[in-house]
Design a protein around this ligand. Structure first.
Ligand SMILES: [Mg+2]
Length: 170
């Protein structure tokens, strides 16, 4: 099979807050560690590092978060996630609950490649964007997390299944 010069793996866009760094924690949150990062406390879910390493065997991982370069500055060291990773940069900080502000930068970055996107703040605009990509024949998957549980093993199963379909020959 002829290989494209660039990676044949789909992109996995990885948000941080609500995916790796949890909030609105319940009585029994997933295993994690509190860290003070640039003066703010963050609860980093330790299992997400393992999940991201497994995802990296199927995807090109890319930070897609208001943290931008700060994700590479802190998370590989504190959480043990893969890195440094490529970063999607935004014109302005998207802020919690306004994930659609990420779409323009995602389009510019992904340039029509298959994309899975894991985030806790996907809205109708994101779903319309994904549907339009799928209609154009570009494999696209949105995975929405709950901020108090974040990235889970069930999400990884969903992602690996998508990656298998996205990379199989037409
Ligand atoms: Mg988030």
């Amino acid at each position: 099979m002829q290989r494209m010069p660039e990676s044949p793996r789909p992109i996995l866009l990885v948000d941080v807050d609500g995916v790796l760094a949890l909030f609105n924690l319940g009585a029994e949150p997933p295993a994690g560690v509190w860290h003070l990062i640039e003066g703010f406390p963050y609860y980093l879910a330790t299992e997400t590092a393992t999940l991201l390493h497994e995802a990296a065997e199927h995807f090109e991982l890319v930070w897609c978060t208001g943290w931008e370069d700060r994700a590479n500055d802190h998370l590989p060291r504190l959480l043990g996630v893969p890195g440094p990773l490529p970063v999607v940069y935004f014109d302005r900080n998207p802020g919690r609950g306004n994930a659609h502000w990420k779409l323009k930068a995602i389009d510019a970055f992904s340039a029509g490649r298959p994309v899975a996107w894991i985030d806790d703040a996907l809205n109708d605009e994101c779903h319309r964007w994904a549907a339009a990509r799928m209609a154009a024949g570009v494999p696209t998957l949105l995975v929405e997390t709950e901020p108090h549980t974040g990235f889970t093993a069930a999400h990884l199963v969903q992602l690996i299944d998508f990656a298998g379909q996205a990379t199989s020959p037409a």
